[in-house]
Design a protein around this ligand. Structure first.
Ligand SMILES: Nc1nc2c(ncn2[C@@H]2O[C@H](COP(=O)(O)OP(=O)(O)OP(=O)(O)O)[C@@H](O)[C@H]2O)c(=O)[nH]1
Ligand SMILES: [Mg+2]
Length: 937
């Protein structure tokens, strides 16, 4: 029977490498079923009407990928002039090596194209480029695209041009090929629905594509296991629900590779951007070939992408990076972005209520600042200011202005209800807030004309309102970042620039257009948020702008006078104490007491009248709260006093006792100590004097130690990405994933959150909240002068944490608890028991040794500080669990002054986001035992 059938078959595949016949290939033949009705669907093959066959989009020329062992496949379709029937097939130039588990694992065959109407089921063939060189899955541009049903474990579909009805009967695997008579509405017949024969055991997957085809204009179906895919492209009136997608049928279970059907939930898969089929690392190259249109199954080439996956275009998955070279990955990603088949159809993009023409879409996409991640949908565009947004929503970007696209803007475009108009559009509440914060008076029915450069003018008035343009105000930019409002691209400072130059090559812009993940960093007073923020800027090379440096310099200068003030106040106290001591001594001495005597009243802490006058004045300024107003402007003027003070014996004696001055922040030591070392180096030029000079340039470390970031100390924001690890450095698996992913770190001071943290509502699109706690707060108390009570700062911080966690805006948001100042905590815990804070009464380090041994970094001997940290972390976790109804709190141990520590924490934050995306398959339980995984101790 076999030999008989082989004779009928075209001379197709049956030669092995040695030129001998190869009988190891299995064939399946189809014949028309004419038996009694059966209770299951019979697979059907539909003849093709060649005139109506759907054609493939032109495949990108950039699809050549070197060094891939992939088949060269030339699908073709010809018409037989006499019958007008389609002949389809492939010019195959490949060797097929059967895998070890197939019937004959050593056989190969070399095939060439053929025409015929038969179904050949070749189980699990590995297709290898016969020349061993470049494999291109390029589709001949001149040839209509058909379902190029070839894949390693699939069936090859051919149509016999001579006799369409020829019936060849094969084994039980043979499927019936016949016209299903159920072609789509336009009379179009679907080409070659290739019946699937399951490689796992002969169970036939039957294409039910016709059930899906309602509004279909194009339908193709495909081969092998991908015959479970039906291409359905639908156009609805409403582009929001436009779908150009291939639906995968549900007969491949979630989590399984669509080719080998094996499950490995922890192995990344490559997803077809058209049909959503997922392939494991072993199968992806076979299933996707050389990817001339990016990550698409071979059978999906030419098909439109699934619009819901448009955001992933150009974002390479880890699996591919492991399989291919950098260059290959880049080329594939480039093809994915640039090939015609993957482009957005213009008619599904509406601007101001009007669908775009192809010309308009091109205009929009090629302007200097195009909309990012454009998807099918309805948008509004204010061409005067360049504001761009989704219909009914606040603006999300400022694109190039004056583009002639779509209709003119409507008043209700963004669904605003503020009565305030900008360029004829009623603005949203967020925008109104931004205008107010920027100092623009918004009252009544204000109608502003806002131009691209940020200059604005009230309607009906000739003069441009306000000399400062909106975008020149640092404040507006910050507020925009906070409110998730856009700023013009050319106004983005260094921190807002897109990174397009990475490593040795220039990465195309499309790769740089990543979604921005937002971290909100917040904490109670002095918890270290600004230190962590500044540290992050330095670690991720986000330079401080000139403005930032100037502001920080001024802050350092005024802080310096603040430290001097605290020292001078201490000096007074010491002098007083000394005096009392002296008097006491004198009174204890026998003999007549001497009255008055100025000279006797002097002691080691006494200063000259001139310095005393300066000291009195400075303390007065501090008490009145005007320090920041007077300094640093006056710092140069008072520099001589600083110098004189520094040389003064009494003052130095005070400095020696600085540890007794509770008010003096520890960081003051940094600046004061530098005074000493520099005074030595600079031959009597005191550092404090240096700092007060106008030409003082703060170093990065000065900036880190400076208190605060901005003069108002309210809000700061930066964008960054994690640097690509150097070749020699340890490769964090997460880095391979998406080195260009952009992040935004927003730091907000607790005092700026307003009553009941009401301003938190501005942070609705935050992805992760980083809540910062100073571990050292456990023995610190906050005196309430009014009620006369003092509250432990750790408890105040805990209360703020509770308020933020339970705030409706943060419902369901992930939290990362940053337990900061571990360096200081290590010192303190040896001196002061943790039970100083009533919340930590039950800390019993002796009992917890055993428990900690199993989880601590320092396995054998966790330090007291580590145990205490673990204990506090668990306390917070339980609290979070009870506040959120069982959700997990992530915890990280940090020393904000150490770059590695901050880096590690932010990478951990990135991991959390990643787990979040992959839920629920990964990290089912982040138990408290895992806390240590995030520690830096
Ligand atoms: N030793 C040490 N000091 C730190 C650490 N983190 C912050 N500090 C210091 O703690 C003080 C407060 O830190 P900030 O970063 O200003 O805290 P903040 O959260 O901005 O607090 P506010 O100023 O109230 O906004 C500063 O003097 C920092 O230098 C740390 O990990 N170790
Ligand atoms: Mg601060």
């Amino acid at each position: 029977m076999t030999s008989l059938l082989l004779k009928i078959l075209p001379s197709f595949p049956s030669k092995n490498r040695d030129g001998g016949d190869d009988y190891s290939v299995e064939y399946s033949f189809a014949m028309e079923y004419s038996g009694p009705p059966v209770g299951y669907d019979i697979p059907q093959a539909v003849p093709i009407d060649i005139d109506r066959i759907p054609t493939a989009s032109v495949v990108s020329k950039a699809s050549m990928v070197s060094n891939l062992s992939l088949p060269v496949i030339q699908p073709f379709a010809k018409t037989n002039p006499s019958s007008k029937k389609l002949s389809m097939g492939f010019k195959l130039d490949y060797k097929a090596v059967l895998p070890p588990n197939s019937a004959s694992n050593s056989s190969e065959f070399v095939g060439s194209g053929t025409e015929g109407h038969c179904s050949i089921s070749c189980k699990s063939m590995n297709l290898i480029d016969s020349s061993g060189a470049l494999g291109s899955m390029g589709v001949d541009e001149s040839i209509p695209k058909v379902s190029d049903g070839i894949e390693s474990s699939g069936s090859l579909g051919f149509s016999d041009s001579r006799d369409d009805s020829q019936e060849l009967s094969g084994s039980s695997e043979v499927e019936d090929l016949k016209d299903d008579g159920n072609s789509n509405e336009g009379g179009l017949r679907s080409p070659a629905i290739c019946p699937e024969i399951s490689s796992s055991g002969g169970e036939a997957f039957i294409d039910e594509s016709s059930h899906h085809v309602n509004e279909m204009s194009t339908m193709t179906s495909c081969d092998q296991e991908s015959s479970d895919i039906v291409h359905v492209r639908t156009y609805h009136d409403d582009p929001q629900i436009f779908q150009g997608r291939l639906k995968t049928k549900s007969n491949v279970k979630k989590g399984l590779c669509h080719r080998c059907l094996k499950r490995n939930r922890f192995t990344d898969k490559v997803v077809c951007i058209a049909c959503g089929a997922r392939y494991c690392g072993n199968c992806v190259l076979r299933a996707m070939g050389s990817m001339p249109e990016g990550r698409k199954c071979i059978t999906c080439i030419g098909s439109p992408i699934d619009e819901s996956r448009r955001g992933t275009l150009g974002k390479c998955s880890r699996v591919l990076r492991q399989l291919l070279t950098d260059l290959e990955v880049k080329q594939i990603m480039w093809s994915e972005i640039s090939c015609e088949a993957n482009q957005l159809p213009s008619e599904v993009v509406y601007v101001n209520g009007k669908p775009l023409s192809q010309e308009e879409l091109v205009k929009l996409q090629t302007c200097p600042y195009p909309p990012k991640k454009l998807k099918p949908g309805k948008y509004w565009y204010d061409k005067v200011s360049g504001f761009w947004g989704k219909e009914g929503q606040k603006p999300c970007q400022i694109i190039s202005d004056q583009l002639e696209v779509g209709d003119s803007i409507k008043r209700n475009a963004s669904n605003g209800n503020t009565n305030i108009l900008i360029n004829n559009r009623e603005i949203t509440k967020a925008e109104l807030r931004m205008l107010r914060w920027a100092g623009i008076l918004c009252e009544g029915n204000l109608h502003l004309w806002l131009s691209k450069d940020g200059s604005y003018q009230e309607e009906g008035q000739n003069n441009v309102t306000g000399r400062t343009k909106l975008w020149d105000k640092t404040r507006s930019k910050l507020v925009c970042a906070l409110l998730s409002l856009p700023i013009p691209p050319e106004h983005a400072n260094s921190s807002g620039k897109e990174v397009v130059n990475l490593g040795n090559g220039v990465v195309p812009n499309y790769l740089a257009q990543k979604t921005l993940n937002k971290f909100l960093l917040v904490g109670y007073d002095k918890s270290g948020t600004s230190t962590i923020f500044k540290q992050a800027r330095m670690v991720y090379n986000v330079p401080f702008s000139e403005d930032d440096r100037q502001n920080i310099k001024l802050m350092i200068q005024s802080s310096l006078y603040g430290y001097l003030g605290i020292l001078l106040e201490g000096r007074e106290r010491f002098e007083e104490e000394c005096l009392i001591e002296m008097r006491k001594k004198r009174s204890d001495q026998p003999g007549p007491s001497r009255s008055g005597g100025q000279i006797d009243e002097k002691n080691i802490y006494s200063i000259s009248p001139r310095l005393k006058a300066f000291s009195d004045w400075l303390l007065q300024v501090m008490i009145s709260g005007n320090l920041e107003v007077i300094f640093p402007a006056a710092s140069r003027e008072y520099a001589p006093f600083v110098e004189e003070l520094w040389k003064d014996r009494a003052f130095q004696a005070t400095v020696n006792r600085k540890n007794e001055l509770r008010m003096l922040p520890r960081v003051a030591t940094y600046f004061l100590d530098r005074v000493r070392s520099c005074s030595f180096m600079l031959l009597n030029r005191f550092w404090a004097v240096e700092i007060s000079r106008t030409d003082y340039e703060p170093s990065d470390t000065d900036i880190l130690y400076a208190e605060g970031i901005t003069p108002s100390n309210g809000l700061a924001s930066m964008e960054f990405s994690f640097p690509k690890p150097t070749q020699n450095s340890f490769m964090d698996p997460a880095d391979q994933n998406d080195p260009l992913q952009r992040f935004q770190l927003i730091r907000v001071h607790a005092s700026s959150l307003g009553e009941n943290c009401k301003w938190l509502e501005m942070f609705e699109d935050i992805d992760l909240v980083l809540y910062c706690v100073a571990l050292t707060d456990y023995d610190q108390f906050l005196d309430d002068d009014v009620n006369g009570v003092s509250t432990n700062k750790m408890l105040v911080s805990k209360k703020l944490f509770e308020n933020i966690v339970t705030h409706p805006t943060f419902h369901q948001k992930d939290f990362l608890l940053i337990l900061n100042k571990f360096d200081l905590f290590e010192e303190k815990i040896e001196q002061v028991p943790l039970s100083e804070c009533e919340w930590f009464q039950d800390f019993n380090p002796v009992i917890s040794i055993h428990h900690n041994r199993s989880t601590s970094n320092n396995y054998n001997n966790p330090s007291l500080a580590q145990r205490a940290f673990h204990y506090i972390a668990v306390k917070y976790k339980r609290l979070f669990d009870s506040l959120t109804g069982g959700r997990k709190l992530y915890v990280s141990l940090v020393t904000g002054l150490e770059p590695d520590s901050v880096d590690e924490t932010l990478r951990f934050a990135r991991e959390i986001l990643k787990w979040d995306e992959e839920k629920p398959t990964v990290a089912q339980d982040w138990s408290s035992g895992s806390i240590e995984a995030s520690t830096t101790s």
